[in-house]
Design a protein around this ligand. Structure first.
Ligand SMILES: *Cc1c(COP(=O)(O)O)cnc(C)c1O
Length: 383
């Protein structure tokens, strides 16, 4: 007799309480229906042909498990970056690695500090770890506010997440700002520098040189953005040996697929492709930025493959709809602004045309909204 036939209303398995607290990761409702997808910070260009060939070759060997911990990619990164392999961990995207970091270093009773607005996956992963998220507002220029973040550190703070360049605002802390922040964070607090967009940022400097000096620092990077491998899922983490060991311990075995590993190793070696992609994005980013400024839209300088259009009298959702009507999906963050991924010229022109629509045009006399007075607040948490 099947369950449906039994008619018995028995108790059903229920997820842990924290599952109900998890916010959803949003996607643009228009993403599947438009000509240009500018809503998920993906590369509009295909991956390096060398990466595509390596992945195709790897598919032939899919009967075999990959190495336990992505040994080939670890070796390639170790060579390229000049760090011992014991300081490198790889995984199925940097988000998977961030999940491991939190699993290893934060739990019930702990606080995880990050700026807001920042990457929308943070509240999900922090809540999943059972820790309490503490959000510190960005400053009026949409930048991290290191002073406010330092003030928000308590004896319960286990981890600080620093997204640099910041998603979704694109703003960048220079290496000097990062270092003076690190110098004032207690050594027992783990600082995660999420550098998903670092390749697109001219001004950020070489943060790897901070690793020897700050044993509580880890750096997260990904192949999803500048290497155009978002669908393959590969990312890496750099840090001190003890931290890397802990992070590897909490990883499920075989986390990085052999196909993704092959693609990442090849992409890492294809420096020309990377430089070409980065130059194309930077050029188009500058074009769109200038055109937005010419329309009186104040856009923060971006170190990512995207631009942030703060809400300044128009509603984010109105802009999102106007862009969709012009064939582009963008990402609206209700009450905050719109994030637009850099794409080909035609996509930029479509976005500009959408912003010129009367419905999406900025009312001329609306005062600028300045988001400086929000109190620090907490989210999620199972404690
Ligand atoms: C896109 C992005 C990532 C990348 O995640 P993957 O899991 O590597 O695809 C990480 N952090 C931020 C801030 C991002 O925007």
């Amino acid at each position: 007799m099947s369950h449906e036939q039994s008619g018995a209303r028995e108790a059903t398995p229920r997820p842990r309480n924290l599952v109900n607290l998890l916010p959803n990761y949003s996607r643009s409702p228009a993403a599947g229906k438009v000509r240009w997808v500018a809503s998920s910070n993906e590369s509009w260009m295909s991956p390096s042909p060398a990466a595509v060939a390596a992945m195709a070759a790897s598919v032939q060997r899919s009967n075999r498990y990959p190495s336990l911990a992505g040994d080939r990619l670890v070796a390639a990164l170790s060579d390229t970056l000049g760090l011992p392999g014991t300081q490198v961990a790889v995984g199925a995207g940097s988000l998977a690695l961030l999940g491991q970091v939190l699993a290893a270093f934060a739990g019930p009773g702990d606080e995880v500090l990050y700026a807001w607005r920042s990457y929308e996956a943070y509240p999900i992963l922090v809540t999943l770890a059972g820790a309490r998220g503490v959000q510190v507002p960005l400053d009026a220029a949409h930048r991290h506010d290191p002073e406010a973040m330092l003030r928000a550190i308590t004896e319960r703070t286990a981890v600080v997440l620093l997204c640099n360049p910041n998603n979704p605002t694109g703003t960048v802390l220079g290496i000097n700002e990062v270092e003076s922040f690190l110098a004032r964070v207690p050594g027992r607090v783990l600082v995660v520098l999420d550098e998903a967009y670092i390749e697109f940022s001219e001004s950020s400097g070489d943060t790897l040189m901070l690793l020897p000096k700050y044993p509580n620092l880890v750096i997260l990077r990904t192949f999803s953005k500048a290497h155009a491998l978002a669908g393959a899922r590969a990312g890496y983490l750099l840090g001190g040996e003890d931290i890397v060991r802990a992070i590897r311990k909490v990883a499920p075995p075989f986390g990085l697929s052999a196909v993704a590993e092959a693609g990442a190793v090849a992409a890492l070696a294809d420096t020309d492709y990377l430089l070409g992609t980065v130059a194309a994005v930077a050029g188009e980013r500058e074009f769109l930025h200038r055109k937005l400024e010419a329309r009186g839209i104040g856009v923060p300088c971006s170190g990512g493959n995207f631009l942030w259009i703060p809400e300044d009298g128009r509603l984010a959702t109105v802009i999102e709809r106007a862009c969709a009507a012009h064939g582009v999906s963008v990402r609206a963050f209700d009450g905050a602004g719109v994030r637009v991924t850099i794409g080909p010229r035609l996509a930029s022109l479509a976005i500009l045309a959408a912003l010129d629509e009367p419905a999406a045009a900025r009312p001329p006399q609306t005062p600028q909204t300045v988001l400086t007075t929000h109190p620090i607040h907490s989210t999620g948490g199972a404690s």
